[in-house]
Design a protein around this ligand. Structure first.
Ligand SMILES: [Zn+2]
Length: 239
């Protein structure tokens, strides 16, 4: 790797309080100025690091999210959905709630929120497109989700949003890359710009499984990957 992008979750910072939900607000109390100063200091030392953020999308908080994002000098902004109202569906501590939910309803609701996130145009990148599969709960085989996946991918194309291939799913209970191959094929078909990320929560996971991610991208005919600087895109050849 020639550079590393840091994209901490916004809800860890007190400056993002009130932009997600009361449960998330109570979890952390970090200072975003410290985060930004650390990355700036690394850059001044000549290290190739980029300043990013992973921001949850909540429709009712859009104005506040817009103000928060406009306040800092990001290289890139990832938009993600981890919550359906007060349910953090990808959190191990909330996983038991899957058993009480209608899985098909959950999937449709997740993609509705994701489509709103795309339409908001707040984000450079949409993170882990099919994270809803994280614990391995999937719609029954007689329910065909492909129309929802394709309309969401088309919407990303219409709004010129970058698609994230994330190797984090391989380390989650589902043990599958984000996204699944049928979705990645749609990404290639609609010629979406693509980033590859590891969503590392530990140093040892930085860049983990990138060889596989790049191979899968090539397999479906993706020719370039994007990197960011100051919210500008630069395209790198995959061949
Ligand atoms: Zn995430």
């Amino acid at each position: 790797m020639r550079e590393i992008g840091f994209s901490e979750h916004a809800y860890r910072f007190r400056q993002a309080r009130g932009l997600l939900n009361s449960q998330a607000d109570a979890m952390y109390d970090e200072d975003i100025e410290e985060y930004i100063a650390t990355i700036k200091a690394a850059r001044q030392m000549g290290l190739p690091v980029r300043l990013g953020i992973e921001m949850d999308y909540v429709a009712s908080r859009e104005a506040g999210i817009r103000d928060f994002l406009a306040s800092f000098p990001w290289d890139y902004i990832i938009g993600s959905v981890h919550w359906i109202e007060d349910w953090g569906f990808d959190l191990p501590s909330h996983a038991h709630e899957w058993r009480e939910r209608d899985v098909v309803d959950v999937y449709y609701t997740y993609y509705e929120i994701l489509q709103q996130a795309i339409r908001s145009q707040l984000f450079d990148i949409i993170g882990h497109f099919d994270v809803i599969k994280v614990f391995g709960y999937r719609p029954p085989v007689n329910i065909n989700m492909s129309a929802v996946y394709e309309s969401t991918v088309r919407l990303m194309k219409d709004y010129d949003t970058v698609f994230e291939i994330s190797t984090a799913g391989l380390r989650k209970p589902v043990r599958e890359i984000y996204p699944a191959m049928d979705i990645l094929t749609l990404v290639a078909k609609h010629r979406l710009p693509v980033v590859v990320s590891s969503d590392a929560h530990y140093p040892a996971d930085v860049g983990r499984d990138f060889e596989l991610a790049l191979q899968l991208a090539r397999d479906v005919g993706i020719k370039t990957v994007v990197r960011f600087e100051n919210r500008q895109r630069y395209y790198e050849d995959l061949s």
